[in-house]
Design a protein around this ligand. Structure first.
Ligand code: GTP
Ligand code: MG
Length: 608
């Protein structure tokens, strides 16, 4: 595989893991998960990326980590053999990592793209408490004899007393991911603080080669402190991790006087040497140490892959549930619209159309007199029909307007979503977030969107109704031959009725006065029915299309918007899905690429 492919692949994996980290960071309960993801992303970009691009193993990286004020910067000075790092009485002073580079300028600084991720390299020396996503490098002065760690980069890091809430913890994680070896510093009074201890376990799980350095104890108490640390911290490492790791070296840097602290290579040598020895044992050669770093990084990504994605999977499942609830609410909205509005809506506008068409069928010009005469003849029939309709047919019950039905349906939709979210609020933080924002944000925004969409819908409805209602009269106006033919048919029907009645009552008697109006009324009734049918087709078409219009303009866009609500802060369901599929594939593919580069060593063969 080409280096560019490797780069793209590791970069993609690192980006996906960082995206998941951001996703977790938005939920305060997932701070710890975010830490794991940041470490995993760092391993991809700072360890696997350079290895696959055949970067040389030198320089090795040693990171000094620990709780606030435990003596990390002091330990850095002991590793460097000179006072180079700022030790400060203010606990939590160091806010960004500083790399102390080998005096030998021939040792290259890693040059892979994306190295150290979001951390920017400062070009000028700055105090260690600069609280930004930066790191700085300082070159160590050459010493005689040369320092045993002459070709190592020594990193002074911010503390990890709080979990992930602070930005500087992620800076620390970036360097930790890069490190080939780690010096974990714990002071005598707080050697088993909860967060640093958790962090220590994470280092072990990530397969980092760790040396523990216990500081500030009285020299006479050093042995007891080491024993306590072994029991309370090392002894409590979960057995799953403990079985795969070799013993972890523990050294002490007891309470030191100022003069010893200021002269680590001279007066302090007695404390410095055991610490250096442990690091040198862990790195028989740069190649061996780096191979272990790469192998363990990959092993961590493989082993932790599933748990890294666990949160995202759960989130996705809950988001799917939310999507289903939104979809269910939408169906209920549409059913209600159909049953309480469409089913009873008569679209009276078409009654006007019917009247208009019937009026057009009347004879124009001189024929008007005939039409008027026939109209007059049908008067008793019209009165009789009106009477029957009034007495036999129940008056139409007033039904809710479309606006009312839609407003109530929206209310029902939102209420059911709120109730469901409340019911689930103990299950997952996503529901809590929904509930928190429901009344203040989601509801008013949903209403505003609804109102806007409803206005648009009504405009389209009016247009469509108007167009459909005008269709038949317009057609007849534009086709006078058809209109005249129809008028002919109507007149013929009346004439047939008249002839039929006269024939039935031949020779004509007084009954003809009754039969003739009856005949022309029946013929007109038939014409009305035909016109009703024709107009009815348009009416049904409009009615059938109403639901489509509603879905297209109102319920579908509203449902789409509601679906994205729990994820508007940057995460989308689609991205979650993509990342969840891509990450395991990328890890597998990187594993194959690493295996293709180096002969396979089983993960258990850990030379730590
Ligand atoms: N007397 C005495 N003071 C020490 C010893 N080790 C560290 N200190 C002091 O403890 C304070 C903190 O030490 P640092 O080395 O700055 O600790 P740190 O872990 O780097 O601290 P932060 O970067 O602020 O988290 C400083 O004032 C040091 O001088 C020691 O052995 N003896
Ligand atoms: Mg410090």
């Amino acid at each position: 595989m080409e280096p560019l492919d490797h780069r793209t692949k590791t970069q993609q994996l690192a980006d996906d893991l960082s995206w998941l980290e951001d996703h977790c960071r938005r939920q305060p309960e997932l701070a710890e998960q975010a830490v794991h993801l940041r470490l995993a992303a760092g391993l991809a970009r700072n360890v696997l990326g350079p290895a696959l691009e055949d970067q040389p193993p030198q320089p090795l990286h040693v990171a000094v980590v620990g709780g606030a004020g435990t003596g990390k910067s002091t330990v850095v000075n002991f590793l460097a053999g000179a006072v180079v790092a700022e030790a400060n009485p203010q606990a939590g002073y160091t806010r960004h990592p500083t790399a102390y580079l080998p005096a030998d300028t021939a040792i290259p600084w890693p040059s892979t793209l994306g190295f150290l991720g979001p951390l920017r390299r400062l070009t000028q020396e700055q105090p260690g408490n600069l609280d930004e996503d930066v790191y700085q490098t300082r070159r160590l002065a050459p010493t005689t004899p040369p320092s045993p760690l002459a070709d190592f980069v020594i990193w002074d890091c911010p503390d990890m007393t709080t979990w992930a809430a602070e930005h500087y913890v992620s800076r620390l994680l970036e360097v930790v991911s890069l490190a080939d070896m780690i010096v974990y510093v714990a002071s005598d009074e707080r050697y088993n603080d909860a967060v640093p201890t958790e962090f220590f376990r994470l280092l072990i799980r990530a397969g980092k080669a760790v040396v523990v350095c216990l500081t500030k104890a009285r020299e006479s108490d050093a042995g007891t402190l080491v024993e306590h640390f072994r029991q309370e911290v090392l002894g409590r490492i979960p057995t799953t991790d403990a079985t795969t790791i070799p013993p972890i070296p523990v050294v002490t840097l007891p309470h030191l006087s100022m003069s010893v602290r200021n002269d680590p290579a001279g007066e302090g040598a007695k404390y410095r040497v055991p610490l250096l020895n442990q690091l040198l044992v862990l790195s028989p050669s740069a190649a061996v140490a780096r191979a272990r770093t790469v192998r363990n990084a990959l092993h961590y990504l493989e082993a932790a892959g599933d748990s890294l994605l666990h949160v995202a999977r759960r989130d996705l499942a809950e988001l799917e549930t939310w999507r289903e609830l939104v979809a269910r609410g939408r169906t209920q909205f549409e059913e209600r619209y159909q049953n309480t509005f469409l089913a009873v809506e008569t679209f009276q506008r078409f009654d006007r159309t019917r009247e208009q068409v019937l009026a057009m069928l009347e004879l124009p010009g001189p024929g008007k007199a005939v039409s008027n005469a026939l109209h007059l003849a049908r008067t008793p029939w019209r009165f009789a029909r009106e009477f029957v309709v009034k007495t036999l047919i129940r008056p139409e019950l007033p039904h809710q307007s479309e606006t009312q039905v839609c407003a109530e349906s929206l209310q029902g939709w939102l209420d059911s979503l709120q109730a469901e979210a409340l019911r689930r609020s103990g299950n997952h933080p996503i529901w809590m977030t929904i509930i928190r924002n429901f009344d203040a944000t989601l509801k008013p925004q949903a209403r505003a969107r609804f109102e806007e969409a409803f206005r648009r819908l009504q405009m389209k409805e009016t247009d469509e109704l108007d167009q459909a209602a005008r269709a038949v009269p317009e057609y007849l106006t534009q086709n006078p031959s058809v209109l005249n033919a129809l008028r002919g048919v109507v007149l013929a029907a009346d004439l047939v009725a008249v002839v039929l009645m006269i024939g039935l009552n031949w020779p004509p008697g007084w009954e003809l006065l009754l039969l003739l109006p009856l005949g022309v009324s029946i013929s007109h009734q038939i014409v009305e029915s035909v016109v009703n049918r024709i107009v009815g087709v348009s009416r049904t078409r409009v009615k059938d299309h109403r639901l489509d219009l509603l879905q297209e303009n109102l319920t579908a866009p509203l449902a789409d918007w509601l679906t994205t609500q729990p994820t508007t802060e940057g995460s989308s369901m689609e991205k979650l899905k993509r990342v969840l599929t891509r990450v395991p594939l990328a890890i597998r593919s990187l594993q194959e690429s690493v295996a293709a580069k180096a002969p396979h060593t089983p993960a258990s063969e850990n030379p730590v």
